[in-house]
Design a protein. Structure first.
Length: 445
């Protein structure tokens, strides 16, 4: 199975930062992130992944001051580039939005990361999921969901074309003839689409991987279509094996119409483990964290994914059904999951914020318990591996590397060592040919 680490500075639990070791904050400390990346590499993780949004929250600051996602974080590509010099094998992936970047800039940034890391870069394609980001770029709110995905589809195609500007052997560095590159192997992109008009060529030789790995996490129908057409790693946040299996089959079943085969995508299920030497210890860790969630934080977490104001509601009463919007414009999967919990489980608002995990599979127990859950889903064909999301870091990762990784290796479910040097090799992907090389082969044939 493949493993990726979701590497937020102090973990993903709303109170996780309060359990951080030491008296000072490591969020902006490069040495802190280096140590975490090196620990993940020691555990043979395939990918060190940084989620991101290009925005801080600008309202409800009493709540956000207690719950800090993206309120203080290093820019992902800058951080990953720094980490490239302190690691040698682990993949380095980060989020960048198609709604707010330009294709040329993004192609150059991730192409440069792939060169600097010797072939370990990955780009997580998102359309963004909050209006705070929109307001940073001159808009009051995000464009409608369908339009964001239409832009993303065109954006990704341009980026991939730019990564093929140079053929693999275009740079000849022939000092005797005074020729640096072969003009016949340099390709200019002429593109006129709905969102972009470009006459362009990337000023960067082709990447060590050919192209950086493309990651995507769409849960809507448009998102799954984009994943089936363009992605190589897909994140899934279902919390039951049945739902995860249905998602897995759905995404891979869409690939044939795009001329792709199922083995060209790895689906990674979200896994949130709380690990203890005993189940009692793990349950105590989890319970302690849940009790640390401040009511303001609980409400803002629910409100963000429900896309509705719940600030005036009694936390010990269910959410009225008339507060639920008819549809989502931000995160479709999270919206659907939280609505199902409200309508089917009849939870109070407090129960909801204490149980809601953004859909990821939660496992609370010993290393063997975590390995059991991972083996079950993997054996059922519900995933190709996991995006591991620790409630607290770095202690969660330390426990996983020390206990769960050896258990998975003992069961023959996980590699004993890296078998290649690039992220594509870790994931079992071939190096993609340039589109122009393919076109030339077809013409010659």
């Amino acid at each position: 199975m493949a493993l990726a680490l979701l590497a937020q500075a102090h973990g993903l639990h709303p109170a996780g930062w309060m359990k951080a070791p030491g008296a000072t904050d490591g969020t902006n400390d490069i040495d802190y992130h280096v140590a975490m990346a090196q620990l993940a590499e020691k555990g043979k993780f395939d990918l060190f992944f940084i989620a991101d949004t290009p925005a801080a929250r600008t309202d409800n600051l009493d709540a956000w001051s207690r719950y800090i996602p993206y309120m203080n974080c290093l820019e992902p590509i800058t951080l990953l580039t720094a980490l490239a010099g302190h690691t040698s094998r682990i993949g380095l992936g980060g989020t960048a939005s198609t709604s707010f970047y330009e294709p040329y800039n993004l192609a150059r940034l991730y192409g440069s990361l792939d060169h600097i890391s010797h072939g370990r870069a990955a780009w997580n394609v998102v359309t963004s999921g909050n209006n705070y980001a929109a307001r940073n770029f001159g808009e009051d709110k995000l464009a409608p969901h369908a339009r964001r995905y239409a832009r993303a589809k065109e954006f990704v195609e341009i980026v991939k074309a730019l990564w093929d500007t140079y053929d693999d052997d275009a740079v000849v560095f022939d000092k005797a003839r005074g020729v640096y590159f072969d003009p016949a192997k340099f390709h200019v992109l002429d593109h006129q689409g709905e969102f972009f008009k470009m006459h362009s060529a990337l000023n960067l030789a082709r990447c060590p991987q050919g192209q950086p790995v493309i990651i995507q996490a769409g849960a809507s129908d448009a998102g799954k279509e984009l994943a089936a057409e363009t992605a190589e790693v897909v994140f899934n946040s279902d919390d039951t094996p049945e739902a995860a299996k249905a998602y897995y089959d759905d995404v891979k079943g869409r690939m044939a119409k795009f001329g792709r085969t199922p083995d060209e995508i790895r689906v990674l299920a979200g896994l949130t483990p709380t690990i203890g030497e005993s189940r009692w210890e793990a349950e105590d860790k989890h319970r302690t964290l849940q009790e640390m969630i401040h009511p303001l934080v609980g409400k803002i977490r629910v409100a963000s994914d429900l896309e509705a104001d719940v600030s005036d509601l009694d936390p010990d009463q269910p959410i009225p059904l008339d507060r639920i919007p008819k549809s989502a414009n931000l995160h479709t999967r999270y919206f659907q999951q939280i609505v199902a919990m409200i309508t089917e489980q009849k939870l109070t608002l407090r129960q909801l914020w204490q149980r809601y995990e953004r859909g990821n599979k939660r496992v609370i127990g010993t290393p063997a318990d975590v390995a059991d859950a991972m083996e079950e889903w993997f054996s059922l064909g519900a995933c190709d591996g996991y995006m591991v999301i620790f409630p607290t870091l770095p202690d969660g990762l330390e426990a996983f590397v020390a206990g769960v990784v050896p258990e998975l290796q003992r069961r023959g479910l996980y590699k004993l060592d890296y078998e290649g040097t690039t992220l594509r090799e870790h994931l079992g992907f071939r190096r993609p040919e340039s589109r122009y090389a393919r076109a030339g082969m077809k013409a010659a044939g």
